[in-house]
Design a protein around this ligand. Sequence first.
Ligand code: ARG
Length: 457
Amino acid sequence: MQRMKFPLPHPFSLGLLTAFLLGARLTAGDLPPADAPVVLTVVKCARLVDPGTGQVLADRAIIIEGDRVKAVVPAAELAKALPAGATVKMINLGAATVLPGLIDCHTHITGQPENFYEDMFRKSPIDEATTSHIYARRTLDAGFTTIRNVGAGNYVDFALRNAINTGKLPGPRILASGPALSATGGHGDLNGMSPYVRFEGDINGIADGIDAVRKKVRENIKYGADVIKMLATAGVLSEEESVGAPQYTLEEMKAIVDEAHLWGRRVAAHAHGTEGIKLAIRAGVTSIEHASFIDAEGIALAREHGTWLVPDIYNDDYILAEYGRLGFPQKMLDKERLVGRTQRENFTKAVQAGCKIAYGTDAGVYPHGWNGKQFFHMVKWGMTPMQAVQSATTVAADLLGWKDKAGQLAPGFYADLVAVKGDPLADITVLEQVEFVMKGGEIYKNRLTADAVKVFE
Ligand code: ARG
């Protein structure tokens, strides 16, 4: 299609220009009067889980203005907490339990496996771009109001994030990495191909050597990366024979971290292997993803450096149950068998040692929207239910650099919240069935209050 050409400035832009040049003044009619009623939303609930203090508060009212929390008060004190003359939209969630919106620190939102061959050879970035919004919606509906997307080809995650941020699509807040930095032949390289197979036009994260990795970090940031993802060791769902061998040198990892920090970005390192985990921590990454074969020294180093661990301990169940049927090569299934149980045992050790553990699931390896299934495993393998909730709220927000705006319901924080029936501290699996989702003060899902949204003036 030919682009339309305007011989003269477009009439609309002319109008704007004229208004600008004439210094069009705002008249009283354009501004809300000084005494305009304040419009507030109030969410009332029988129970509020506060991961900030580790407390559960009974009968609370959360007062919301715009996209932020203004105050949280005992429901009995609501009347005196509201400014006189405020217009209030009242949402009474009855007996439900409210928590801050959940955070998944490790997703691949632009795809999920359907068939190994189809996914690898028959799909393009266009397929990903046309379907990723469905996954974003499912993620939000599951109660995850924020995700950190750590790895997507062709900048598709940037486009998705931008469309959500500008209100074009419903979805979680996304911190996106774009393509993960990978060594040639490493976990992020499609390294099983013949040297004559090419993926024309593919934008990936392959970079070797100090200069190239620095350039790749800059490139990712130039096109929209909020965070840098680096593949420090071999992995499961790729062609390498090893599942944990280091794939970058300490010097390369340091260069990646240094460059990312220059531009104000944090680094997440995929690392299964014992040595690669330590190299990445020493290089200064902010988080270790998977952390499967972490040993006592690695745990001590993570504590010393304040490095977060993001162990995706639900994944194993899904891969072993489904990946044979989906046509994945046997060697990947064999590698998964080496990782799954040990990763969970090491998770227990890391919990006992007091490591910072943020909730991250690798959603996209299993279906999006199932993000909540990992809570059960985290409790089974050693966390208290409150610790598991904190891992997906306060601890996760801190990892993202958002500890002052997400992960809690307190004045000034995003009005991102979820509600569940029942008590997640008694039965953590209720977090797999989120009934109500609010993000930035707007309701995206509501299976609780068909008739309870009332407006008072
Ligand atoms: N993306 C990861 C990889 O391919 C998935 C590992 C999943 N397995 C696990 N037990 N966490 O390496």
